[in-house]
Write a protein that binds this ligand. Structure first.
Ligand code: GLC
Length: 409
């Protein structure tokens, strides 16, 4: 499947050569930023050269100021209809978007390095990665608290998550919850951003989310940059380590709710806690430096809670205790209840980092069982394992990494 999702050729974009795995040929024909990082990890178990190729292609989208768009439109003309029908695309350039996605790429490079020991590849790919992390710190942390902000829901990759409803002014309206309202609301954001520079957009405060999942991935990426820089003798490993610690400290100081035993995203300049329970609230578990007592509460009180996340096929994108929880995809939109494999992949490694090996193994086992039932789909019903959304969905192949981790001990 990863091979058949592969797209290659020469683009009208400056005649650049592209060669990457698209998320789904029928649903998502372009190169997406966090998808490609996940694809690179899955590809490691097929052919490490394809992993490197995936990220080399992605990095061709790196701009000299550090910015990287969340979609690279290599074959733009072939998919014009797709672009015209998509309501949430904001372009910075004919061939890439003005939107970002979580910086999973550093973790992917670290995984490639662990498996291949290829220092030359790390040296080649570090500079554009570092420039992107620096761009995030410079442009997306206007209050300089160590937490970066997203300025539209798609930037977390969690597009229609109900945790954004309040900030997007979307009323709860089942069963078609969000799609039409989201389109309107997105237009409101885009109108506000029109004409403003990338630097000025976060300052407008029309949608400014310090998202816990995004910041956990950011802190994890900074740690990966530190380790990679140290391994190849590149400059400034300590700077990345300090920045990672600062983000974790800020998550603890601002997002941790000691009464509830979980983390909340912060909305707007006022940093209002967005109290909608989604898997995001558990995500700092992916950070090995997270305090062990905090990790334990996340796991014991929430991940393993059968009323919230520990369903037959965990981990649902929205807790079963939320009114917006839509496990069977009635809303026909994303991130409103079904289980996604990339979430399970991150949490699997987080559980292992904190010594919950048995729970990690059980999560891996149920993830693979879910796919045996539901196929390789975009997301799954957490009760029945029925697959929904895109078919032949690339990052669902992350289960290859889980299987390899489980079988190699
Ligand atoms: C959907 C997902 C997003 C992903 C994209 C391509 O929009 O919500 O996270 O990157 O599809 O797979």
């Amino acid at each position: 499947m990863l091979r058949s999702n592969r797209q290659s050729g020469i683009s009208d974009w400056d005649g650049m050569r592209y060669d990457f795995v698209c998320p789904s040929p029928t649903h998502y024909p372009f190169q997406w930023f966090w998808d490609s990082a996940f694809h690179a990890i899955a590809l490691l178990h097929i052919d490490p050269e394809l992993s490197r190729q995936e990220l080399r292609c992605l990095m061709q989208g790196a701009q000299s100021n550090g910015f990287q768009g969340h979609m690279l439109l290599w074959e733009r003309d072939a998919h014009k209809r797709w672009l015209n029908e998509e309501y949430s695309i904001r372009l910075a350039h004919p061939f890439y978007t003005a939107t970002i996605q979580p910086p999973v790429v550093a973790r992917a490079v670290e995984r490639i390095f662990e498996v291949t020991g290829d220092k030359a590849f790390v040296r080649e790919i570090l500079p554009p990665m570092v420039r992107f992390f620096d761009w995030l710190a410079r442009v997306r942390d206007p209050d300089d608290d160590g937490l970066i902000a997203i300025i539209q829901p798609d930037e977390s990759g969690l597009d229609a998550s109900p945790k954004y409803d309040k900030a997007m002014r979307i009323p709860y309206d089942p069963p078609t919850h969000t799609l039409p309202a989201l389109q309107q609301s997105m237009q409101r954001l885009f109108d506000a951003y029109k004409g403003a520079t990338a630097e000025a957009q976060p300052l407008l405060d029309v949608f400014l989310f310090e998202d816990v999942m995004v910041n956990a991935i950011y802190a994890d990426g900074l740690r990966a940059l530190a380790r990679l820089s140290r391994a190849v003798g590149a400059p400034e490993p300590d700077r990345f380590e300090r920045a990672s610690q600062r983000t974790l400290d800020a998550l603890m100081a601002k997002c941790w709710d000691a009464d509830a035993g979980l983390f909340w995203d912060l909305s707007g300049v006022a940093e209002e806690r967005a109290r909608v329970l989604t898997f995001t609230s558990l995500f700092p578990l992916i950070l090995p430096d997270l305090d062990a007592a905090v990790a334990k509460r996340l796991v014991r009180e929430h991940l393993l809670n059968e009323k919230e996340f520990w369903l037959p096929y965990p981990v649902p994108s929205v807790a079963a205790s939320e009114v917006t929880f839509d496990p069977a995809w009635q809303t026909k939109t994303t991130w409103q209840g079904p289980t996604w494999v990339n979430v399970n992949w991150y949490l699997y490694w987080g559980l292992r980092a904190h010594g919950f090996d048995d729970i990690a193994s059980e999560l891996a086992r149920r993830t693979v069982a879910m796919q045996a039932r539901g196929g390789i789909r975009e997301f799954y019903d957490p009760f029945t394992a029925e697959g929904y959304g895109a078919t032949d969905f690339g990052w669902s192949c992350l289960s290859l990494d889980l299987i390899a981790a489980e079988t190699s001990g």
